[in-house]
Design a protein around this ligand. Structure first.
Ligand code: KG4
Ligand code: ZN
Length: 341
């Protein structure tokens, strides 16, 4: 079984070819970061047009790298939501055209299910497992019971973790996307300098909240980032990034402890995924917590945590194995919660 995966839901135009024996035959990503950077975030219209320009060559590149032709494909898997609808439509229309012309099955993949399942490509992770999903648009604790069967145990009541990283970066004049910049600066900073809030810490449940934390960072920037020399400003930014990251870590750990306390006893595996899972500081904090609770901790390699088409192809393989193929008339969806598959 060989599947082509297509991903166009945000600002990466991506295509990958994956085999059912867990071999990644190719993984091509064309990042649009440079096109969105002047605006400090993703501009949906620019993203959609850019996907249109690059998707065809990216697919050809993926097939070439994998040394396969379109005739070798068993099926085509495509992100059909959630995401920026213009981009999702570009990927879905291309996938439908290929599937119709080649008379091959098409599989509509939920982007979040892609993030959830990619750990099963890289590691032996049986269902059920706990998924910590942290991306630009989502921050959720999910019980992955089986393919297509997910229960949301907790989620953010305002901003997603990645969004908070991006907004903190923006108010410190760091480039988009903010996560990697904040992590880099935080490495040199003093995380005790700024006493930031830990929203929801100590409260029952396992929901998250990051909006107050982001606002607290903005208030400190507005009141204290004045008349600083370039050296002082650099230290200010590093200390604030470190303090912010420490607050995020504490919130995550507090919420996860609550989650562990109510988890069914057969959940022994915890998977971390989504773009924020690229953050080494948070990765190792979560790993320590899982080990302290005698759970195995699995985080896919960083290039498979941030958006990619390998995860879409793999989710397609898992679905095709169970004969879960889609009709050609499925609709792209801007919103598509994981517990509504
Ligand atoms: O999963 P993803 O690539 O796209 C979405 O589906 O949203 O996640 C992108 C998010 C961005 O908010 C980005 O700032 C964040 O992941 N991110 C990070 C890091 N790398 C990416 N956040 C914190 N630390 C990082 N190293
Ligand atoms: Zn994503």
């Amino acid at each position: 079984m060989i599947i082509l995966g297509i991903e166009t839901s945000c600002d990466e135009t991506a295509a990958a070819v994956v085999r059912d024996d867990r071999q990644i035959l190719s993984n091509i990503i064309h990042s649009q970061i440079k096109e969105h950077q002047p605006y400090g975030g993703v501009v949906p219209e620019i993203a959609a047009r850019s996907h249109l320009d690059y998707l065809s060559p990216v697919i050809q590149h993926a097939l070439r790298d994998a040394h396969v032709t379109i005739n070798d494909l068993s099926a085509i898997a495509v992100t059909s939501g959630p995401g920026l609808i213009g981009g999702v439509m570009v990927g879905v229309m291309a996938a439908k055209a290929m599937a119709a012309a080649l008379n091959k099955p098409i599989i509509a993949v939920n982007h979040l299910e892609g993030h959830a399942l990619v750990a099963r490509l890289t590691h032996d992770v049986p269902f059920p497992f706990l998924l910590i999903l942290m991306s630009g648009g989502h921050c959720q604790l999910i019980l992955a019971k089986d393919l297509g069967n997910y229960e949301v145990l907790g989620q953010t009541i305002d901003d997603a973790a990645g969004e908070a990283f991006d907004k903190v970066a923006q108010c410190l004049d760091l480039d988009y996307p903010g996560g990697p910049q904040v992590e880099r600066l935080a490495r040199q900073g003093n995380e005790k300098r700024f006493p930031l809030p830990r929203p929801l810490k100590g409260r029952a449940g396992c929901d998250f909240s990051f909006a107050g934390l982001k606002t607290a960072v903005r208030n400190i920037v507005e009141s204290e980032r004045k008349n600083l020399s370039p050296e002082e400003d650099q230290i200010f930014k590093a200390d604030l990034c470190a303090s912010f990251q420490a607050a995020i870590r504490e919130c995550l750990i507090d919420r996860l402890k609550n989650c562990f306390a109510h988890l069914p006893p057969n959940i022994n595996h915890v998977v971390l995924s989504g773009g924020v899972a690229a953050n080494q500081y948070l990765r190792s904090a979560l790993e320590d917590l899982c080990h302290a609770h005698e759970k195995s901790f699995i985080a896919p390699p960083i290039n498979l945590c941030t958006d990619n088409a390998v995860m879409i192809a793999w989710a397609g393989i898992e679905r095709l194995k169970r004969n879960l193929i889609s009709d050609l008339d499925f609709a792209p969806r801007p919103r598509w919660p994981l517990d509504q598959l």
